[in-house]
Design a protein around this ligand. Structure first.
Ligand SMILES: NC(=O)c1ccc[n+]([C@@H]2O[C@H](COP(=O)([O-])OP(=O)(O)OC[C@H]3O[C@@H](n4cnc5c(N)ncnc54)[C@H](O)[C@@H]3O)[C@@H](O)[C@H]2O)c1
Length: 414
C-alpha cells in the first residue's frame, strides 16, 4: 500500500492522531508546534523519521503528500490556503472556517488545488452513528422529516487543571467560543446519515451565568445555542453547538415517515429503532433496542482510537480518498455549510432569532455576497479586540473576581 507522508501542524489535538496515522500506513515526516515542550515530547515519541519545526513557513516546505491542520479553532484557513496552493492534501480540524469570508476563500482554493480537502469530523464515525446511517440507507424508515443532534459538554469547576490546559490564556479561542460555533459534532452526523443540507437557520440561547466563583475566564454565559435548520429536502434539524446543560454526552435522533432511530442517552453504544405498528418491515420488531457491532475488519483499530473509534475512521477515509482519488464526504462544501450554520446561528442569536439563508459557496453569487465578511467574535492575531460579542447578552462582562480566579490557575501566557 502507498505510504502517505503527512505533516502535523499543532500538537494539542494533532498529537492525539499520531498512532492512527501510523496504523493506517501513514508516515509522520514533519510536525510543527511553537510550544517547545510539546514539540520535544512529540519528537521523542515519533523518533528519527520526523523533523520538527516551530515555524509554519519552514514546515510547509518539507517534502510531504498531506498536512493535518490542528492549530487554533478559528485560525485554520490561512494555513489551509497555503497547503492547497502547494497542491497538498489537507485534513483540517473543525471548524473549517470561523468567518464567512474565509469560507469563500476555502471553497475557491479547493477548487483550484490538486489537493483533496477534508474536514476531520469524527462524530459521524462513532459506532451508533454508523449504525444509524446503515439503517437509514436501508430505506425501511422512509425519508427523514425531523432530526435532533446534541453535543453536550458540561464541566466541573473544581477541575482547575483541565481549565488551565484547555484555556491556557485569557485570549484563548475556548474563552471566546460562542455556543453555536462548535457545531460539527451535533450537525455532521445528521447531515451524513440523512444526506440533508441546511438552507436556512435560526437560533435561541440558553443564558445562565456560571457560579460566582468560577474559574473559566470566559465571558460566554450561555449554556447552549438551540439551533433550528430548514433543509434542502424540507426536513428540519434541531441541533446544539457545544452545549453545557443537563448531563454529559452526545445524542442523535432521526424521525422519518415510518419510524425513528436514536442512540440512547447515557447507555453507551445502544441504539433504539422503532417502527409504527402498521409499518414494521420484515425481519424487524416494532421496538428494536440493541448494541451495534463494528465490522470485523475495523474492530481492533477502532476500539483503540479516540472518540468512540471516530478518530480511526477519519484517517482511514482521508487516506482512502488520497489513494483512490475519491472526493471525501466531508469536503469543503459539507464543511463550509456547517460553518455557515454555526456563524449565522450566532448572528441570529444576537438579533433575537432573525433567520439567515445558508449560502452555497459553489455558487459565485453566494460568494460575492459573503467574500468580504470577516466579522469574528475572537481576538485577532495581533491581539486586537473581537468584532462582535461572544455571548447572547451583549452587555455581560466577566467580573473581576471571576477573572482573578481564572488568572490564578493559568497565569497569563501569551
Ligand atoms: N474533533 C475532535 O474531537 C476535536 C477534539 C479536540 C480539538 N479539536 C479541534 O482541534 C483543533 C486544536 O484543538 P486543541 O485543543 O489542540 O487547541 P489548542 O489551542 O489547545 O492547541 C493548538 C496548538 O496549536 C499550536 N499552534 C497554534 N498556532 C500555531 C502556529 N502559528 N505555529 C505553531 N504552532 C501553533 C499551539 O501552540 C497549540 O499547541 C481545534 O480546531 C479544535 O476544535 C477537535
Amino acid at each position: 500500500m502507498q505510504k502517505i507522508r503527512i505533516g502535523v501542524f499543532g500538537l494539542g489535538r494533532g498529537s492525539t492522531y499520531f498512532d492512527n496515522i501510523t496504523n493506517n500506513d501513514g508516515e509522520i515526516v514533519a510536525i510543527c508546534e511553537r510550544d517547545d515542550k510539546k514539540l520535544t515530547e512529540a519528537l521523542d515519541y515519533l523518533g528519527d523519521i520526523t523533523t520538527g519545526y516551530k515555524d509554519f513557513d519552514e514546515f510547509i516546505e518539507h517534502e510531504m503528500d498531506a498536512v493535518f491542520i490542528a492549530n487554533c479553532f478559528h485560525e485554520h484557513v490561512p494555513f489551509v490556503l497555503r497547503a492547497l496552493e502547494k497542491d497538498l492534501h489537507v485534513l483540517s480540524e473543525c471548524t473549517s472556517n470561523a468567518t464567512m469570508g474565509e469560507g469563500v476563500q476555502l471553497v475557491r482554493a479547493a477548487k483550484k488545488s490538486k489537493g483533496i480537502y477534508m474536514l476531520a469530523e469524527n462524530y459521524p464515525y462513532m459506532l451508533f452513528n454508523q449504525e444509524m446511517k446503515k439503517v437509514y440507507d436501508g430505506g425501511t424508515l422512509g425519508k427523514v422529516l425531523f432530526a435532533e443532534g446534541e453535543y453536550n459538554h458540561p464541566f466541573n469547576f473544581d477541575n482547575t487543571e483541565d481549565h488551565a490546559m484547555l484555556r491556557p490564556y485569557f485570549k484563548h479561542w475556548r474563552n471566546r467560543l460562542p455556543r453555536s460555533y462548535y457545531i460539527t459534532h451535533s450537525l455532521a452526523p445528521l447531515m451524513n446519515i440523512t444526506g440533508a443540507f441546511p438552507k436556512r437557520v435560526t437560533a435561541m440561547p440558553c443564558f445562565s451565568p456560571f457560579d460566582e466563583y468560577n474559574t473559566l475566564g470566559s465571558p460566554v454565559a450561555d449554556r447552549a445555542a438551540i439551533i433550528t435548520t430548514l433543509n434542502d429536502d424540507n426536513s428540519v434539524f434541531r441541533v446544539t453547538g457545544c452545549a453545557a446543560f443537563g448531563a454529559h454526552g452526545n445524542s442523535y435522533r432521526i424521525c422519518c415517515q415510518n419510524g425513528q432511530i436514536e442512540n440512547l442517552r447515557g447507555m453507551g453504544e445502544k441504539v433504539m429503532l422503532r417502527y409504527n405498528s402498521w409499518q414494521i418491515p420484515e425481519g424487524r420488531e416494532e421496538i428494536n433496542c440493541y448494541d451495534p457491532e463494528w465490522e470485523a475488519v475495523d474492530k481492533e483499530l477502532a476500539e483503540k482510537a479516540g472518540h468512540g473509534g471516530g478518530d480511526f475512521f477519519v484517517i482511514k477515509e482521508f487516506f482512502d480518498c488520497i489513494r483512490s482519488g475519491r472526493k471525501p464526504v466531508f469536503d469543503e462544501h459539507f464543511a463550509t455549510t456547517m460553518a455557515s450554520v454555526a456563524i449565522l446561528a450566532h448572528r441570529s442569536i444576537l438579533e433575537k432569532g432573525m433567520p439567515y439563508d445558508i449560502p452555497d459557496f459553489r455558487n459565485e453569487e453566494d460568494c460575492k455576497k459573503w467574500e468580504n465578511d470577516f466579522t469574528s467574535p475572537f481576538f485577532k492575531k495581533d491581539g486586537s479586540e473581537p468584532d462582535i460579542p461572544c455571548c447572547s447578552k451583549t452587555d455581560y462582562v466577566l467580573d473581576e473576581g471571576k477573572l482573578n480566579n481564572y488568572l490564578q490557575i493559568t497565569g497569563e501566557k501569551e
